[in-house]
Design a protein around this ligand. Structure first.
Ligand SMILES: *Cc1c(COP(=O)(O)O)cnc(C)c1O
Length: 396
């Protein structure tokens, strides 16, 4: 089976992890700060806080921004559920901004309209979480301008987008957001097995995220409510969590980061090959963002005819190709329906969902594998159109 995504682990990655295993620290040693520093330098941002997943990073990002019961958070319905769950963990209410049905990214027009409506009802969100689907940055300049007008904070869910750029700067630079979050799950651009990171330029937000990542405990006398009792002393000043990344994971991530540009080039190469191989099929190819470079986490095609999606999908799986769908609109998940959302709430997202298939996309994908994908797709479409013709031939 050719999977839709997978990690690339080399000898250096293995050596980096082995070295940690034989060292003094398996957790809370030097590797996590080293990895954080390397990512912050890559993204040209002041602070990077590693966590044991992007889900955890999104949670501490919301906590740092003070999201709590009574607050409202908005995100994109075309995302992984974690983009929305983080608000619910804080006791806040979640709502969604519909997407552009051509690319699945948060629609600025929909956002503007929803903000006006919410302002009239005095129900503005505290935080908005745009999602850089597939690695393509949202229109952050416009989103940030709208959020500034209404005094709303921004967390970029850049789980797909380490290595992407926007207007000439790396995603993660936080020029248009308060916090930006990466995921290091194995299908993402670089991996730590499980892992994530929250980036910010704001000193206070960085401190809050660090606190929430590790039990709400501080060892900094400046943050304490009374003088230290001695060198052993710490204080718990918030109800924090244990969301720490291990030293093994940080060493793996740091090693992977050295090869990020190689991974990006390989993904870009695969995009070029798909463009050549798939150009004559009844589908729309994903287009790169115009104001940046995508890391191409996902390669999402849109079928001209949504009625063919299931059969094309099944044919690809039967041919040993691990296609997937990114994403089932979050508001249609049973848990979210229980909260009051329904099919029909976000037509752009539902339309996008009806047509999409994610083809294999990862650094080790080879041209012969992509040719196999193209052949299977061509066969599947031929079968669809033949069946359509026989159906038309049948008497009414
Ligand atoms: C993968 C992903 C997450 C969650 O990442 P984990 O590291 O698995 O917790 C969140 N948001 C998006 C958009 C993702 O793709």
């Amino acid at each position: 089976m050719i999977p839709y995504g997978r990690q690339n682990i080399d000898k250096n990655d293995i050596a980096a992890v082995l070295e940690v295993l034989q060292s003094d620290f398996l957790t809370q040693g030097p590797k996590v700060p080293e990895f954080e520093l390397a990512v912050s330098q890559y993204c040209q941002v002041n602070y990077a806080i590693a966590a044991n997943s992007a889900t955890s990073a999104l949670h501490i990002a919301c906590l740092a921004l003070g999201v709590t019961a009574g607050d409202i958070v908005w995100t994109s319905p075309i995302s992984f559920v974690a983009s929305a769950n983080c608000a619910l963990y804080c006791g806040a209410k979640i709502d969604f901004v519909d997407v552009d049905p051509h690319n699945g990214l948060m629609s600025v027009a929909a956002l503007e309209q929803k903000l006006q409506h919410a302002a009239n009802k005095q129900q503005l969100p505290k935080v908005i979480i745009p999602v850089h689907l597939a690695g393509h940055s949202c229109d952050m300049e416009s989103i940030a301008a709208l959020c500034q007008k209404y005094q709303i904070k921004i967390i970029e869910d850049a789980s797909h987008a380490i290595g992407s750029t926007y207007k000439g700067m790396p995603v993660g630079h936080c020029q248009y957001s308060d916090i930006c979050v990466f995921s290091f799950h194995p299908v993402k651009i670089i991996t730590t097995a499980e892992g994530g990171m929250a980036l910010t330029n704001d000193t206070a937000l960085a401190a809050q995220m660090q606190l929430h990542r590790s039990h709400g405990i501080t060892r900094d006398p400046l943050d304490m409510t009374e003088p230290s009792h001695g060198p052993w002393y710490y204080q718990q000043i918030e109800l924090g969590l244990n969301y720490r990344l291990t030293e093994l994971q940080a060493a793996l991530g740091h090693s992977q980061l050295q090869r990020l540009s190689q991974f990006l080039a390989a993904r870009q190469q695969a995009v070029t090959h798909y463009q050549q191989l798939l150009q004559d099929l009844p589908l729309q190819l994903p287009t790169a963002a115009t104001d940046g470079v995508s890391a191409w986490h996902l390669y999402i095609i849109r079928l001209d005819n949504p009625d063919h999606r299931l059969r094309v999908f099944e044919a690809l799986r039967a041919a040993g190709i691990g296609v997937n769908v990114h994403y089932i609109p979050i508001h249609t998940q049973p848990y979210y329906q229980q909260l009051g959302f329904q099919w029909g709430d976000f037509p752009g997202a539902e339309f996008f969902y009806s047509k999409i298939i994610s083809l294999p996309m990862y650094a080790d994908l080879t041209l012969p594998m992509q040719q196999k994908v193209a052949t299977a797709l061509t066969k599947a479409f031929t079968a669809c159109s033949e069946q359509q013709m026989t159906q038309q031939d049948l008497p009414a």
